[in-house]
Design a protein around this ligand. Structure first.
Ligand code: SAM
Length: 292
């Protein structure tokens, strides 16, 4: 997630992408032998690891990041309230897709949703089960959901879709398990965010693309704040990769929001304030159209 505060121990999350960018430039330079055509920036320095496996390997770091009180302020102060504001009233089964250690499932249940979690990481599903406010959580791959056709009224996914190995297959599965008229509500890192990075220049901080916007491109980055380190892997997709996959699976977009940090929060933290110039996240509510 693109989130850090401004204490001296913080690292800028864009450092990871900058490293990738330096790799790309090196690759490009190497290929510039006389007479040889310069290929487009390749993805040699990008991660080819399974995103799913990486999340399980980093489960302990994620649990520590997500559960330490006040630490993951981008979730509690930004993504959670904005996503909750998009949800329909509780009705029927709610699936928290990519539930992680279960904080969103627990919040939904407190608010009256009949929510169950679902995640591909055995370590995270175990953590969700072992929490004091234990919520049901199922293990599996989003591209093969173990739920019956048309069995759910709502699927929620907070900061998950950019982390899936098979985005299109997973959206097809969400469509299959939703009853007609059901809703799919999700928050993702904004495609402009995942395609770009902030860097210091003589003119001050500037935002620039690190990858070709229209290509789906995997990335790795490491967040560090207040002694906690979180290695992240994900995939940049252009906006119309998401919207075409939704369209192909019978979804109609009802709401699409680009939330901005509020003044009080942005005034406290320089690395939050930058997201008032560039969108950090995209929040969407979709309607599952009746099948023909
Ligand atoms: C950024 S975390 C978000 C966790 C949770 N939604 C939250 O906000 O606390 C992304 C989650 O997606 C899960 N994930 C990645 N690939 C998946 C897949 N193929 N199927 C199901 N979950 C997956 C990861 O294990 C991880 O828990």
């Amino acid at each position: 997630m693109s989130e850090t505060g401004n204490s001296p121990k913080e690292t800028d999350p864009d450092d990871g992408r900058r490293k990738v960018l330096r790799g790309l430039v090196r690759n490009l330079r190497r290929s510039q032998d006389p007479g040889e055509p310069v290929p487009p920036a390749t993805r040699q320095s990008h991660s080819h690891a399974s995103l799913r496996r990486s999340w399980d390997e980093n489960a302990a770091s994620w649990i520590s990041w997500a559960r330490h009180p006040g630490h993951d302020h981008f979730f509690w102060r930004f993504n959670l309230p904005n996503l909750l504001a998009l949800l329909p009233q509780p009705e029927g089964l709610t699936i928290d897709l990519g539930c992680g250690e279960g904080r969103l499932t627990r919040t939904l249940r407190e608010r009256g949703y009949r929510a169950v979690g679902f995640d591909s990481s055995p370590a995270l599903v175990r953590a969700a089960h072992l929490h004091d406010e234990r919520a049901p959580a199922f293990l599996g791959d989003a591209a093969h959901l173990p739920f019956a056709d048309e069995s759910a009224a709502l699927v929620v996914a907070c900061m998950v879709l950019q982390d899936l190995d098979d985005l299109d297959g997973s959206i097809r599965e969400v469509s299959r398990v939703l009853a007609p008229g059901g809703r799919f509500c999700f928050a993702i890192l904004h495609p402009l965010n995942t395609a770009g990075l902030f860097r210091e220049t003589e003119r001050g901080e500037e935002f620039a693309l690190w990858a070709p916007y229209f290509e789906s491109t995997r990335y790795e980055l490491t967040l560090a704040r207040n002694g906690k380190v979180l290695p992240l892997v994900g995939c940049h997709h252009p906006l119309d990769h998401y919207t075409c996959a939704l369209e192909a699976s019978g979804f109609l977009i009802e709401s699409m929001r680009e939330p901005r940090p509020d003044d009080a929060w942005a005034d406290q933290r320089r690395l939050v304030a930058r997201w008032r110039r560039v969108p950090n996240a995209l929040h969407v509510r979709c309607f599952r159209a009746p099948r023909p």
